[in-house]
Write a protein that binds this ligand. Structure first.
Ligand code: GTP
Ligand code: MN
Ligand code: MN
Length: 621
């Protein structure tokens, strides 16, 4: 940890005219705030305390500035719509960098820049980048305050939208500041939209509703635990506690310190016998984590409670088991496709006090997006502020439109979600979007084979009808865009963790809700019916269900999958859902070998051994 080092070369002393309150007990925090203020030259400095009064005042300012539109108080109390610029709507992976000292430590799946070179360039961009704007200092915690797995950070930003979002998505403000005591590790997270309102020559310009810069940099310095983000005001680019800290930096910290930061959901499932189990699931982006985390199970007597929908941190507890927390404080979920028929719990969560970004506005001042209702309203204002009708031929909401809301509003939130030291994990699920090959659910042979399943996680780009194995978009452990160091080292860390946990390790399963028939129709109804796969997983944990050994893993006995009361479901489809076709799997094994080779020499030999075993079993089948 090298927080005492400067993030930037100091170019001048702090402005004499700036009142820089030294609010942190940790002098490193105060020094850093002073250093950044000297560089970015804001109009004033605001230490955010996280109070409701502060949130209300910021919200009012943003409504005045046109950044937020207040929604109808009767229909959507306490809620607002933000429309981002069309050039700032999603994470920008091409502008995302892992700046480790050595290029080989970033690995083939990340963009890399040398830290000194990157900082020199950023230093130029940040010089005066906050002129004419306030600079907000947001202390935050990832995880319950004081918890054993929790980490702390400070985000400096010139975006009030980011401050408000951080207040919903993290435990931010004075509570976190109290834990930033001298000597404690913390992460520096610096953000600017890159749209100063004043210039060195005295010129000025008016603000716009969504300030940003055409030039964007989302940079991570894993060795010094720093994040520097420039030019974007959007989601994962700007709320630096989320993907940047809780996944990219935290994965590197976990590798060094012996814990894990994963792109996972976290739930607890209670069976009709009243026994509760903790499950995590790594599914790639847009593959159903939020849906699964908020599942309303369609089998009588089962209960699913939500702990997290996107990020999980896990650490070995004193009793030798792997404990998990959700480090976040809210949900930043995809809006399109969310409706009362698919995810009623999400719909109930966002009835009040929610920030919507890039959804459509109804004539009565509420929100709408594709998939919220079967029929679109006759008239809307689309996500770009234009009139829209069903005849427009465009999407009313941006496909990556999001809702931002505190987790506490989720009706299925588990009381254990704030357990300071986390909850012990019973099972880990890996799931891609696979139209072919991958069965609905099966179990790994052991932890090593489970790591093989994680490392080979992928989604298909083409529909099943186009061939048995399409082009696989690899997303190992759902971490392709988020592993903050070499992917092969990350796989090695998973293998090591399992060896360390021994027989206390969670069991590992693979699931796939997306298998299709010849005509391209989903074979499995999905959503709340996925509890039927969960039931089999729990039957395995309780040694109530046998498994059939197959070349790819331990398959269910088809009759052990409970399809009672599943209206209109043809039991014959179950056979198709569990088919393991050796010919198309052999093709996949060949593709996987090429993929491992592309990751390079550091791929653990164990994973090749697992691949060879699958290959040999398929040859023998
Ligand atoms: P990020 O928040 O971007 O990390 O994604 P996520 O994993 O949370 O994905 P999300 O839950 O938002 O799901 C995205 C898409 O998956 C939506 O289009 C859903 O309709 C679809 N989906 C989720 N669960 C199921 C399922 O069980 N079956 C089918 N067919 N589709 C599903
Ligand atoms: Mn995600
Ligand atoms: Mn999600």
């Amino acid at each position: 940890m090298q927080n005492s080092e400067s993030s930037f070369e100091m170019t001048e002393h702090a402005h004499d005219h700036l009142d820089i309150p030294q609010r942190a007990a940790n002098p490193e925090v105060n020094d850093w705030v002073r250093e950044i203020a000297a560089l970015t030259k804001p109009s004033r400095i605001v230490w955010c305390d996280g109070s409701q009064a502060e949130i209300d005042a910021l919200t009012a300012e943003m409504v005045d500035a046109g950044t937020l539109i207040k929604l109808n108080e009767e229909l959507r109390p306490g809620s607002y719509l933000a429309r981002s610029d069309a050039g700032d709507v999603a994470r920008v992976e091409s502008r995302t960098y892992i700046c480790s000292e050595k290029e080989e430590d970033a690995g083939p799946t990340n963009n890399w820049r040398a830290p000194a070179e990157m900082k020199a360039e950023l230093s130029g961009l940040f010089d005066g980048s906050m002129r004419g704007r306030p600079m907000y200092v947001v202390p935050f915690a990832m995880g319950p305050l004081g918890g054993a797995i929790t980490q702390y950070g400070v985000e400096i930003t010139d975006s009030p939208y980011v401050v408000l979002s951080m207040a919903l998505m993290t435990r931010s403000g004075d509570g976190a500041l109290e834990h930033l005591t001298p000597g404690r590790d913390w992460v520096k997270a610096l953000h600017s939209v890159g749209f100063p309102l004043e210039f060195e020559d005295g010129a000025s310009r008016p603000d716009v509703a969504w300030p940003h810069n055409e030039s964007k940099y989302i940079t991570h310095f894993p060795e010094t635990r720093e994040i520097i983000s420039y030019g974007s005001g959007y989601g994962g680019n700007a709320l630096l506690g989320k993907k940047c800290f809780a996944l990219r930096i935290a994965s590197a910290m976990g590798h060094d310190e012996g814990w894990m930061a994963e792109h996972m959901l976290l739930i607890q499932v209670t069976s009709p016998e009243g026994k509760t189990y903790t499950l995590t699931g790594a599914f790639p982006s847009a593959t159903g984590k939020t849906n699964f985390a908020m599942m309303k199970p369609k089998l009588d007597g089962w209960k699913v409670e939500t702990l997290g929908d996107d990020i999980v941190w896990m650490r070995k507890a004193a009793d030798g088991r792997l404990n998990a927390i959700n480090p976040e404080f809210g949900f930043f979920g995809v809006a399109p496709g969310t409706g009362y028929d698919t995810n009623p719990v999400a719909m109930e969560t966002i009835t009040t006090n929610t920030i919507f970004t890039n959804v459509a506005l109804t004539d009565d001042g509420d929100v709408w997006w594709e998939g919220m209702t079967d029929e679109a309203p006759a008239h809307l204002i689309d996500w770009q502020g234009n009139d829209w009708t069903p005849e427009s031929g465009t999407k009313a909401a941006h496909p990556n439109a999001r809702f931002t809301v505190r987790a506490s509003q989720c009706p299925t939130l588990s009381p254990a979600w704030e357990a300071p030291d986390g909850v012990p994990v019973d099972a880990i699920l890996f799931g891609g979007r696979r139209a072919s090959n991958v069965p609905l659910v099966f179990e790994s042979k052991d932890w090593k084979h489970g790591c093989f399943l994680g490392a080979t996680l992928a989604s298909e780009q083409t529909a099943a009808a186009e061939g048995p194995v399409g082009i696989l978009r690899r997303d190992p452990f759902a971490m392709q865009p988020f592993a903050g160091y070499h992917m092969a080292d990350y796989w090695g860390h998973w293998l090591k963790t399992g060896a360390d946990l021994g027989d206390k390790a969670p069991r590992i399963f693979q699931v796939n809700w997306f298998r299709k028939d010849q005509d391209g129709t989903f074979l499995w109804p999905g959503f709340g019916e996925n509890v039927r796969a969960v039931k089999w997983i729990i039957d395995r944990l309780e040694n109530r269900a046998d498994s059939i050994e197959s070349p790819i893993g331990q398959l269910p006995v088809t009759s052990d999958i409970d399809i009672s009361g599943l209206d209109g479901f043809d039991p014959a489809a179950l056979d198709e859902i569990f088919t393991v076709d050796p010919a198309s799997w052999l093709v996949e094994v060949g593709v996987t070998r090429e993929y491992f080779d592309s990751i390079g020499e550091k791929v653990p030999a164990t994973l090749y051994t697992e691949l060879d075993a699958v290959h040999a079993a398929l040859d023998a089948a």
